[in-house]
Design a protein around this ligand. Structure first.
Ligand code: PIT
Length: 437
């Protein structure tokens, strides 16, 4: 697979180091492609230091800039950071180069539940129930935290090595801040066959009810082996959804038929809620009180002791600690990733494995060679160098923030004196490697 070499700080002259083709930011060895979406690809990868296998989702800058994806990605990161549940794929960290954003995710090895149903056909009711328990545990947890997935479908349910599901792809998910004045969401979203009728009505909807409709479609597919609403003609399919026209196959038990009818209720006001699902007889079958209570607890995965220790140490010594990936995201006010996504900007950020001293020396050398005045400045955890014209005007300011793992965030701010000023106005710090993933 092509690679990223953009972690090396390379000047206009010779390259100081060239990263091996499949090494990402000096930290992960990239492996085979696991999946491919419209705006991103997911690769198998291995953490070079710990040996841990992970999945890495790579967003290309082109798709981010052209498709206006930046806000979606920021939201997805914020949402994933808030989720910590055994049935939801964990986000370990976010990495960024000048051209791409990478989500380092928990590796789920068993593939999509979709592939399982596609190859095996319909599943026995007991297995459907087991998957549905896990799905409702994840969905209930998200809803209890004010997060709505909005694109639940079989393709977004992954199977781990124990045959348990993990919900993935929160790219369309939403938080209550997106609710309009009428208390409803208005964004159109979802996959046609899984979309709730109230979304088609375009009048605004409650996202919790929309997710539960999709859970109804998922449950139907698991037990039937095909979609409840389907038609080669999209408008005809939407008509069926809008009218709630589906037929349960004859092998489905009356109890499950009833639950499906409560999930695929076209009226979102009377549609079953998570709390009601927990009381449903088909859902509760084989669940003792304790198991049901633990499903309903929508509990957080406990944090590892080591992680707690680290955050405590970091909190005490916040000034002096290296930045982690989430600091990059929250670098400026809010969750400003503009420096990572944008077209040539006044300010740019990128990651380098060259030491701060090496970076400053390179800037000083280039600046002095071109007749500029160079000044050093130093702060705890962050140091910088500024380059000025002979009149004192700022040409460029370069600051370096230490990251964990020997990496650094380099922030380059162009001053007004940089305009039209040859390579100082452009990208003398352009470190981009070709053909990265
Ligand atoms: C895997 C294996 C795989 C895909 C994924 C993880 C993707 C996970 C994912 C992607 C998202 C998201 C949450 C999880 O928001 O084939 O281990 O965009």
């Amino acid at each position: 697979m092509p690679a990223s070499g953009d972690q090396s700080l390379l000047g206009t002259g010779t390259r100081s180091s060239v990263a091996p083709a499949n090494i990402l930011l000096g930290r992960y060895e990239l492996g085979r492609l696991l999946g491919c979406g419209a705006s991103a690809k997911v690769y198998l990868a291995r953490n070079l230091r710990s040996g841990q296998s992970v999945a890495i989702k790579c967003f290309r800058k082109v798709s981010i800039a052209n498709g206006g994806l930046a806000n979606h990605i920021k939201r997805e990161i914020c949402i994933l950071r808030r989720l910590r549940h055994p049935r939801i794929v964990r986000l370990h960290e976010v990495l960024a180069s000048r051209s791409k954003i990478y989500f380092v995710l928990e590796l789920v090895k068993g593939g999509e539940l979709f592939a399982c149903v596609a190859s095996r056909g319909r599943l026995p009711e007991n297995l459907c129930r087991r998957y549905f328990h896990q799905l409702i545990a994840a969905v209930g947890y998200c809803h209890s935290r004010g997060i709505f997935h909005r694109d639940l479908k079989l393709e977004n349910l992954l199977l781990d090595e124990n045959g348990e599901i993990k919900v993935s792809d929160f790219g369309l998910s939403a938080v209550p801040e997106q609710i309009r004045g009428d208390g409803l969401f208005h964004t159109l979203c979802g996959t046609p066959a899984y979309v709730a009728p109230e979304i088609l009505a375009k009048k605004g909807y409650r996202a919790a009810a929309v997710d539960l409709w999709s859970c109804g479609v998922i449950l139907f597919v698991l037990v039937a082996g095909y979609l409840p609403f389907n038609d080669p003609n999209l408008m005809a399919m939407y008509r069926k959804i809008y009218r709630g026209e589906y037929r349960c196959p004859k092998w489905v038990s009356p109890e499950l038929k009833f639950l499906i009818s409560r999930l695929l209720d076209t009226n979102p006001e009377s549609r079953i809620t998570v709390d009601e699902i927990l009381l449903d007889p088909w859902f509760r079958k084989g669940l003792d009180e304790e198991k049901c209570a633990s499903l309903a607890r929508f509990c957080e995965e406990p944090m590892a002791v080591e992680e707690n220790k680290t955050s405590m140490a970091e909190a005490i010594n916040a000034e002096d600690r290296p930045l982690n990936a989430f600091d990059i995201i929250g670098f400026s006010s809010g969750v400003d990733l503009s420096g990572l996504f944008g077209a040539p900007a006044e300010r740019e950020r990128f990651i380098s494995d060259v030491s701060p001293e090496g970076i400053f020396r390179r800037v000083e050398e280039s600046g002095r060679n071109d007749g500029f005045v160079v000044r050093r400045k130093g702060e705890k955890g962050c140091a910088g160098v500024t380059v000025h014209g002979q009149n004192g005007n700022l040409v460029v300011a370069v600051e370096v923030y230490r990251l964990a793992g020997g990496l650094n965030v380099v922030e380059v701010q162009r001053g007004r004196a940089a305009v039209g000023g040859g390579r100082w106005a452009g990208e003398f710090w352009n470190l981009e490697g070709e053909g990265s993933p």
